[in-house]
Every structure is written in C-alpha cells, then in structure tokens.
Design a protein around this ligand. Sequence first.
Ligand code: 7TS
Length: 408
Amino acid sequence: MSLNIKEIRKDFPILERETRPGVRVTYLDSTATSQKPVQVIEAMNDYYRHSNANIHRGVHTLAEEATSMYEGAREKIAKFVNASSSREIIYTRNTTESINLVAYSWARANLKAGDLVILTEMEHHSNLVPWQMLQAERSIELDFISVTEDGLLDLETYKSLLSRRPKLVSFTHMSNVLGTINPAAEIIRLGHEVGAIVLVDGAQSVPHLSVDVQALDADFYAFSAHKMCGPTGIGALYGKSALLEAMPPFLGGGDMIKEVKLRSFRANSLPHKFEAGTPAIAEAIGFGAAVDYLSALGMDNVAAHEHEITEYALERLEEIPGVKLFGPSADKKGGVAAFTLEGVHPHDVAQILDRDGIAVRAGHHCAQPLHEKFGIPATSRASFYLYNTKEEVDLLVNGLYKVKEMFG
Ligand code: 7TS
C-alpha cells in the first residue's frame, strides 16, 4: 500500500509553519528528531488535562488511569518491536541512556580488564563514549569493525575480530550519517557464535524500518521516541528477560524496589527494577501514541516511501556539480543524504538553505570518528521521513544551486 502523503502531512501542524513571512518550512532533519503528529500531541495533552497523577502508587482513579496509560504504552512498544513480553521493555530517556544502562549495569557486572568490546567506525558518540568511559575504569579493550569507502561495514574485519572472542558487540543498525542499513541479523548471529552478547543501537532503524527483536535475536536493542514521531525525554531499552533479570539495577530510588530497610533493599521485578523515580509519564503515553500512529500506516509502507524519496534525492543531488555524497547506494540505505559541496563550508550551506525555509543539519552529526575516517570535518545532511515529498527534494536541489551561485 502506498501512503497518502498529502493526508499524512495534515497530521503534522508544524509542516505548515512559515519560518519567515511567506516561507514555509521544508523539514529535512528528521534524523536529528522527527516532527510530531497531532495524535501524539493530543495524547499527551489529554493525559495532563484528564488523568494526571503519579503512577504505581495510588489507588485513586486518576492514579489508576495514569498507571494503565503508562503501562499500556509499554505493551504497544513491546508489540511494535515484537518483544516476547512488555517486561523486556525498559523506559529510559533516550537511546543514549539505554546504551549507558547496558554499560553501567550489564557491562560493569560482566566485563573485566582485557575483555574485548567490538564497536564500529560508524557509531554515534552515544555508542562510543560509554565504552571509552568503561575502558578508562576497567581496562577493557575496544576494537572496531571498519567502514569501507562506499560506507558499508567490512564484515571481513569483523570476522577476524571475532577470533579474539569478544564479550560484547555493539553496533548501529542504521548509520545517522551514511544511512547504511547494516546486516544486523548476520552481525548478531556471528557474534553469538563466539559467545558474545550483542547490543544494537536502533535509534535510526526503529523509526524507519520494521524491526523484530526476536527475529534478529538481539540481546539488547536501544531506541528513542523522538525520532519516531514521539516526544523527547523518553526512549526504550529492549533486553532479553534472562539478561535483564540477572543484571543489577542501574539507578536507585523509588519504584525500583520491592522492599527497603535502613541498610538494604530488594530490587523490584522487571521492568520496574530499572525505572527509579517518577518517570516521564506523559512522554511514555506520547510514545505509545506514536507507535499507534506508525503501526496504522505500516512500517513497510513507511520504509517504501522513504526509499522512493531517497532514491530520487540521491539521483538529483548527484546531478549537482561539486556535490559529493557519502554512504552507499539507495538500495543499501535509509533516508539520509550526507554531502559536501565543493568550496562551501557545510554550515554555510545549511545557513543559506535556511533562508528558504529548508532545514538540514550541518556538522559531524555526533559521529566525529566517521568524518575523520573520510577526511572531512563536517557534512551537510538532508534526511527524509514519512511526511517528505519529492517536491521538497526539488526545493533542496534548487536551494543548493542558489548556494553555488552565491559562492561563485
Ligand atoms: N544513535 C544513533 C545512530 C543516532 O542517530 C542518535 C541520534 C543516537 C544514537 C542518540 O540518540 P538520542 O535520542 O539518545 O540523542 N542522532 C542524532 C543525529 O543524527 N542528529 O541529532 C541526533
């Protein structure tokens, strides 16, 4: 089924926004954060207007409603990624916190000096820095699957690293710069063959692809609501229940305990063991509404639309003299086009495009080592989501011709 983009755009009030008089926004920065449909905004609004109360602590009607909305959203999220139970979905603030949870709880309980953690050269800083911090503390070893010139993971380097018996493999399912969709199932299977635990950074995959954590056989899978039509301040960590059960708590405080004495505590059962303190309740409810919204459209349809836009965008961008695109061809990537324009700094590109309402990001996109690998400090990046159109790609291309003119 192909999506009715004109109808979908009506759900996103911000897409009508003029960033200056007569200039409507062309939002091409969904990789940083997606826009939010009214269905999500209203779900959060509705909670605050009608059901606001703290969860898990009251017997009064509002508290029961709030708890049931918060836990109902968890059920939806579990179903969305096909977790076998909602106990395996831990609410966090975002992908970054999900990865840090694994680094603090699982890794500090399971890794010792000399143990190898395999990452890749295309990781977002949030899947690099927590492991570098652990390395400083524990003297674990880090090594990296290399990225090829055309933006793919070099699985040969992976296979040779596996002979060193890593304890953990942690990689991004989809690159936020190159757009590369990595062969997650194969990477996980190979990691398991040598006994490694595998964590997947799903910040860019869950919003754009149909993800099935059981089919992938991922041990941990991290993602953020704000990149998938949901609010900021909430994300999730999926973990296999046997692993989560065996892990020590992350943060200590209210809600994560069964019983507390002056000198000891007993941790709560899953998933509450990892959710200390009053959580982002409205945001969790908004997350659930976002999942409803995407599920109704169908993730395969979302992916197909993005593929069509990306294919068109790459074709049109390639026509522009001086544009250099990074990453693989459209059939191996999601809706991301990172590029440089000869003779113009990426920040200038973004700033000039902004005058025409075109929102792209410029910089290293929190993937500095990847940019270093390609010998550049920064790129401009246009990214596409379910509400973007070919007409918007044309606006981007016209805008880039304007930038070229200005810089002679
Ligand atoms: N992993 C990947 C692959 C990402 O793209 C991002 C955010 C994160 C992790 C971190 O997500 P957070 O929700 O915890 O912040 N990526 C970007 C981006 O490309 N531009 O802004 C944020």
